[in-house]
Design a binder for this molecule. Structure first.
Ligand code: PLP
Length: 400
């Protein structure tokens, strides 16, 4: 009989994927379900990016490339960091992989021994904790208050640090909350890291370009050069350039770490797709003009969702600074009873009710380690968002 390895035995399929599968099954049965679950922009990959891929194929760039990114790809990443973040990296300090996800996975595989701890502020992108576990490490989940905008405080960080801490994981703007760290938000955390030289920082900047209301995105490596030699800055083209399927992400950090990460990659996937690298070079070095248009479009949709949710009695939705998610409290719904006589006892119950009653798929906060909340991904059309809000409001009004 089949026996799964211990390292994955306790790791389930992501709840987000499960909800997506249930919603898709309902659609197949003929129900009109609105899915606000996926973390994926609804825009198409820009045409110049696609053209660059065609050109690369015609040039014959269909072979293995250098293990952790072609020279041209690394040069494009260097240019990106100089232009957007004022950071100068050498090519030996850059690693390119099949998505930001693989960059993070490589980093944990390359650095974690059994029992090593990684501090993960919650709510968090679920993959962090599971990747840490697969690598043999221990995720140390630290609750962050909604009242503090779901941001980690220096006091909580200090309490979580032990001699076994290897990494602090930060994600700004955040999936699932949309909360972002300003320079002032980062400062006390970076000061804390200055005092704890054994703790490294992994900064997941994947939502860098999706920020609103003039929020100034900053990245820790640019803010605190004194700890740059223990920061891995992770980013990618999936979210900003609507390139989730192309699978290109990159990391920049100390050459010793980058080299160890390339060992992991050399024995798993080798280089990321040559064609995708050519496309990503165009995305990173070509015109960036459409980023602003897309950001404006996301902001309009954010406002629509935030206002619509807050108009519903029992829902409280803070206004996110970035990404394309809202993370609203459904505390006011707990204890209410559905028309079928079932009591809503948790955010999971609430989301299950929305799926069956309103035919709207959203993800419970419990999937991200924080209850009672629910996440909406608003990267879909305004028309669909309006319809979803109408349905959610009606379903909530039907609760007694
Ligand atoms: N980091 C965060 C916070 C994310 O939400 C995602 C995707 O959902 C990723 C990283 C991974 O992006 P990719 O592997 O597509 O680059």
């Amino acid at each position: 009989p089949f026996r799964a390895a211990a390292r994955i035995a306790d790791i389930g399929v992501s709840e987000i994927l499960q909800i997506g599968a249930r919603a898709a099954a309902m659609r197949r049965e003929g129900h009109n379900v609105i899915i606000l679950g996926a973390g994926e922009p609804d825009f198409d990959t820009p045409d110049p990016v696609k053209e660059a891929a065609f050109r690369a194929m015609r040039r014959g760039e269909t072979k293995y490339t250098a293990l952790d990114g072609s020279a041209a790809m690394k040069e494009a990443v260097r240019e990106k960091f100089r232009r957007d973040n004022g950071l100068d990296f050498s090519t030996g300090e850059i690693s390119v992989s099949a998505g930001a996800k693989q960059v993070i996975f490589n980093a944990f595989m390359a650095t974690l021994d059994p029992g090593d701890e990684v501090i993960v502020p919650t709510p968090y992108w679920t993959s962090y904790a599971d990747m840490i576990r697969i690598a043999g490490g221990v995720p140390v989940l630290v609750a962050c208050d909604a009242a503090n905008g779901f941001r980690l405080t220096a006091a909580s960080l200090e309490r979580a640090i032990t001699p076994a801490t290897r990494w602090l994981m930060l994600n700004s703007p955040s999936n699932p909350t949309g909360a972002a760290y300003s320079e002032a938000d980062y400062r006390p955390l970076l000061d804390m890291l200055l005092n704890h030289p054994h703790v490294w920082l992994l900064a997941d900047d994947i939502y860098e370009h999706i920020v609103y209301d003039g929020f100034r995105f900053v990245t820790p490596a640019a803010l605190e050069p004194a700890i740059r030699d223990r920061i891995l800055t992770v980013n990618g083209v999936s979210k900003a350039y609507a390139m989730t399927g192309w699978r290109i992400g990159y990391g920049a950090g100390p050459a010793t770490l980058i080299k160890a990460m390339s060992v992991v990659q050399s024995q798993s996937t080798s280089n990321p797709s040559s064609i995708s690298q050519a496309a990503a070079i165009e995305a990173l070095t070509g015109s960036q003009d459409y980023l602003v248009e897309r950001r404006d479009s996301f902001r309009i949709r954010r406002d629509l969702i935030v206002d619509g949710l807050n108009a519903i009695d029992g829902i409280d939705c803070p206004c996110p600074q970035g990404a394309f998610y809202t993370f609203a409290s459904c505390a006011g719904m707990l204890g209410r009873t559905t028309p079928q006589g079932r009591k809503i006892e948790s955010d999971r119950d609430f989301c299950a009710y929305l799926l069956t009653e309103a035919r709207v798929a959203v993800v419970p906060g419990s999937a991200f380690g924080a209850s009672p909340f629910f996440r909406i991904s608003y990267a879909t059309s305004q028309e669909e968002l309006r319809e979803a809000l109408t349905r959610i409001a009606a379903a909530c009004a039907a609760l007694a």
